[in-house]
Design a protein around this ligand. Structure first.
Ligand SMILES: *Cc1c(COP(=O)(O)O)cnc(C)c1O
Length: 450
């Protein structure tokens, strides 16, 4: 299998090169040159790791099969449930718990694998990597847990000093490994992201310090997320709908790719919070940028969705010239209109927008009926699933204890923290830097692998 860019500028690169490239060098996203087929009925072993192995083999042409299995085994052994992504049933609604990894959010599923994959590729090719990222909470801790202690990799994560929860900050900082650098910035999440963007634009600096990224545009993250759609389908045993709490469109895109591969998915339900750019797209064909609102489900607070371009590529029959054209229009005008494609879009997706008020109500109603606590992101998916009114698998993207303030607000009591969260105590490694590109570049110069 080879890989290419959605914007035509990269072609015929191997899996390993695609993973190390992250974002395509022409600004597009990496996609496989064709979509391989896999019928779930052909899967003899139906445990998570075996399914992952069968799927990954189709996409990875340049790593030996025994090594692929070893990477999978290592990545999912750190999960605290033997099923890895257990499925729970509540009448017509199934909840697929994706939060049994080390940081209690679904991002662990991809980032545990990506961390091991990076380590393997670097070791084999005698290279080093310095991963640079910004976080509003979940991605940073999942990236740190994916990379801590790994050889030849250092990880620098910028976060807003007063913009993440105390638990999230401790998750990033209560760590001994010396390859980890959580950096508090006196500014907002947008400031952190801007610093990163500017540094990545400096090609000379990027090359000198072998900078890499772990954000959700890396194809390995999509690949790892395909697995649980197959897993859930096989558990339920029939054609289902999936409801996905969506931000950057990475998780739901993995479901879409599973469908293209031949998994019988009746529909994908795209659940958004009040940051509803994708809801407006799926409902009205209107993809236009608006300001970000802070909501109770912060990991879905986005302005534009970074993985959206991958879907557009398939919507226009893999026409990379068309995608290139559309993306430059989006850049210029801040919006795209897809009314001509609306019937196709609505064959594949339905969409619901869930307000903060509805999030709290859904957490309360679900607890009263089933004695089961859902987190505010999952609540968006559950509300959307109920609105659709069919048998649905809803992806549960975070453990409720990660958002204990919201749960207390909804239910009136404090939720017990899982052992690993309760044990977090001190900031062992934490760094503070000014809100400036220069300061961060200097910090990297002093601490990076070269
Ligand atoms: C990242 C995240 C999401 C959104 O996933 P995307 O792939 O960005 O759509 C939803 N819920 C939680 C808890 C997350 O951390």
């Amino acid at each position: 299998m080879f890989y290419k860019s959605t914007r035509c500028g990269v072609d015929k690169i191997s899996f390993k090169d695609a993973i190390m490239m992250g974002l395509a060098t022409d600004g597009g996203l990496i996609v496989p040159e064709y979509v391989p087929k896999l019928s779930p009925h052909d899967l003899k072993k139906q445990d998570f790791k075996s399914i992952a192995f069968e799927i990954f083999k189709l996409y990875i042409g340049d790593i030996r099969e025994d090594k692929i299995y070893e990477l999978i085994d290592k990545s999912y052994s750190a999960f605290d449930d033997s099923e890895i992504t257990p499925l729970k049933q509540f009448d017509d609604l199934y909840i697929l718990e994706l939060f049994h990894g080390p940081t209690y959010a679904f991002k662990d599923i991809a980032l545990q694998f990506l961390g091991n994959l990076f380590e393997y590729i670097l070791d084999e090719s005698n290279q080093t990597l310095n991963v640079l990222g910004a976080t509003s909470g979940d991605t940073g801790s999942a990236a740190i847990y994916g990379l801590k202690g790994k050889k030849n990799v250092k990880v620098f994560i910028l976060y807003p000093k007063n913009g993440v929860s105390p638990t999230q900050e401790l998750q990033m900082c209560d760590i001994e490994d010396e390859n980890v650098f959580p950096i508090a910035i006196n500014g907002t999440f947008d400031d952190c992201q801007n610093i990163i963007k500017e540094i990545f634009k400096d090609n000379a600096f990027k090359e000198k310090y072998h900078l890499g990224s772990i954000n959700s545009i890396n194809f390995a993250r999509i690949l790892a997320q395909i697995v649980y759609y197959y897993y859930a389908f096989l558990k339920v045993g029939k054609n289902v709908l999936f409801s996905v709490p969506t931000g950057n469109f990475g998780d739901i895109f993995a479901g879409y790719l599973a469908k293209l591969m031949g998994l019988p998915v009746e529909k994908l339900i795209l659940a958004t919070n009040e940051n509803d750019v994708l809801y407006r797209f799926a409902r009205f064909g209107d993809y236009s940028k608006q300001n970000v609102k802070k909501t109770l489900s912060p990991s879905m607070d986005i302005q534009l969705a970074s993985n959206f371009e991958r879907y557009i590529y398939y919507l226009y029959n893999q026409d990379c010239n068309k995608v290139k054209d559309l993306m430059s229009q989006l850049n210029k005008n801040g919006k795209l209109i897809f009314t001509d494609k609306l019937s196709q879009i609505q064959n594949e997706f339905s969409s619901y927008r869930v307000s903060d008020w509805m999030i709290l109500q859904t957490i309360r109603d679900f607890y009263e009926k089933y004695n089961y606590i859902i987190d505010p992101h999952t609540a968006c998916g559950v509300k959307a699933a109920f609105s659709e009114g069919k048998q649905v698998v809803c992806l549960a993207t975070a453990h409720p204890a990660k958002f204990s303030e919201v749960i207390e607000n909804a239910l009136g009591f404090k939720i017990d923290l899982p052992e690993k969260l309760a044990k977090l105590k001190t900031k062992k490694r934490s760094f503070e830097q000014e809100n400036s590109i220069k300061a961060i570049k200097h910090f990297i110069e002093l601490n990076a692998n070269v």
